[in-house]
Ligand binder design. Sequence first.
Ligand code: ATP
Ligand code: MG
Length: 280
Amino acid sequence: MTEKLTVSQRQRLVELDAQEDVLAKEFENSGQRDLFYKAIEIELAKKNKEKILSLLNEGHQPLSCEIENRLINWLTKEEGYSQVVTPIIISEAMLEKMTITSEHPLSNQVFWLDSKKCLRPMLAPNLYTLMRDLYKIAKQPVKIFEAGPCFRKETQGAQHMNEFTMLNMVELASVEEGKQMERLTQLAHSSMKAIGIEHYEIEITPSEVYGETLDIVVGDLELASGAYGPHVLDDKWGIFDTWVGIGFGIERIAMAMAEYKNIKRVGRSLSYIDGARLNV
Ligand code: ATP
Ligand code: MG
């Protein structure tokens, strides 16, 4: 007879970020199993504690915030982008203009505050509005980005959270027609370089309605999605020039860099801090 870790032992070790080979271990009897569990639990708790101390005494910033800062520095100091800060509470009308009406897959994922207002599931509506207004004033290419919380009701897998941080960058009238995918690809590579990620894939998907899209992926994890215009939605927003944009999931990037199996380690949390479990 072989014994495996009990459900609660397993759960505790997962919290402490045990590797797959530890979780899959088999034992001749429950006594051996419990001895192993005790030892590994102590070892992993110690590692988590060391990580917390290193944050408090040395790093002073969780990886997710550092990633956000690296992207912000790259955009503002190297790419001529300006940061914008827009409302987290948006109107139903804004969602409708994105065609997120009841038939759209995202519509079931929206957190409504009342019949007319919701928590933004994406930054695109606000950025569409601002880039149009700024373009009217400046009459020159407009490059803006926002980094902030977005909210989607998710069925809670290891890669999704109900609240997450998106950094969405967009540039309007910056490239000539036909050059959008080239620019998007260039931005995708530069962003990964700015963050310090070397191993990633770029996946380009043709879509009849939305034109080509570009995803940056690491294994089966999507870090970011990019798109470009002219786009079917542009008219509604008063946009008539080319644009390219990418939305990055900050916690997804942190998860990939730290090689965590669950995104919750790096999300907004009172149980984890910078990937380390607090009850150690
Ligand atoms: P997925 O297909 O993985 O659910 P998506 O394509 O719906 O993601 P996008 O709308 O492209 O997501 O959003 C841009 C980025 O935001 C994604 O590439 C991902 O990194 C991140 N993201 C989206 N939804 C979530 C979520 N629920 N939790 C954490 N990050 C998310
Ligand atoms: Mg996507």
